[in-house]
Ligand binder design. Sequence first.
Ligand code: PMP
Length: 435
Amino acid sequence: MTLHSLATPQPGPTVLDPHLDRYAVRTAGMTASEIRALFAVAGRPEVVSLAGGMPNLAALPLESLSAQAAQIIAEDGLTALQYASAYGMPVLREQICDVMALEGITAHPDDVVMTVGSQMGLDLVTRLFCDPGDVVVAEGPSYVGALGSFAAYQAQVVHVAMDEHGLVPEGLRAALRQARNAGQRVKLLYTIPNFHNPAGVTLAVERRAEILEICRTYDVLVVEDNPYGLLGFDGRTYPALRSLDPDNVVYLGSFSKTFASGLRVGWVLAPRAVREKLALAMESATLCPPTLNQMIVSRYLATHDWTGQIKMFRENYRERRDAMLSALEQYLPPGCTWTKPEGGFYVWVTVPQGVDTKAMLPRAVTARVAYASGSGFFTDKSGSRQVRLAYCYPTPERIREGVRRLAAVLKAEMDLARTFDSVGSRRRPGPERGR
Ligand code: PMP
């Protein structure tokens, strides 16, 4: 059993595609992410999937939500099922300002533009700002969906390193300086400051102002993607970049991780000058965000203890994070390192030299565990020694079992790498033999 035999065949852009010559040039940059291919595998019951970042919705109050959805249609159906403003529902945009206030943001509802998930916000912002060849600076590694949007608009990504305190300001400054010297136009810094996907780290509070200052100096707009900010395990929140520099930060928010991802309700808090262009882009993409879904979210925020619900989610994720960290400690072979997330969904693991995590993936799937290999989170050739493990969805027992299986595959891979290495070094000509 291999990854390929498990995955549902996808109609891909192969030689059989009769439209190959017709695609726009930018379409060539659009390729299925490794993670999408993995979703097909991950659904198999025998595979422990530590690959996809699916929110765990089990704690949602489904009965009262279904009663509310029925009530919205019964009482207000002609509005709920109708087109509406491209900006989104005014009441919900006001409520969103209260949500963002938890991270120090003071915003006016007029500056909030509703989107179909924050993914759409990301796509629209890239569309508004990036011409082909423009540079987007992003953490290395970075969110795969963002890399997909940047590729679709033919923007070039320059990665900047992170450490355990998030994006490294000196690295950012150096990257911007280098791009400027090379005559490149850097349009955006795309950053996930809190509980990073995939790295699991959080940007230190002391670095935030400095990073904003650097972007000001180099005239770069900041895109702050913050779907996990309220999922800190100790309940702590961090000051949003947007709260520190409202005119130079576009903030992306989402209810996917704090309520229900399937509703596809996200938003952009844009600097005032940008919001109208965003609404126009929204109109051309989809006319308006889904009215019924916005009404469901709005009613939920008005009538449920939504902060209590987030607390339940956090506790659930914390339990899973603990299970994963202790299993990593117990099972992974020496030489592996990993991040220790204080919130969110992901652990970023680095394996010893000689192991290629992408090449190892089919063997892991055969051993009934799936992960996201690190290379999918970079646009350069990095990430071959990394994996992203998502602990959000499986039970703690399954997480432990998945890590145990992964460790066995990894050990076999390391043995193999050592064998190759010793064979290789025996074959390699020494100084005297080489002459
Ligand atoms: N940004 C990040 C960092 C994410 O992890 C995700 C989802 N995994 C998104 C954006 C998109 O979320 P959504 O469209 O569901 O709001």
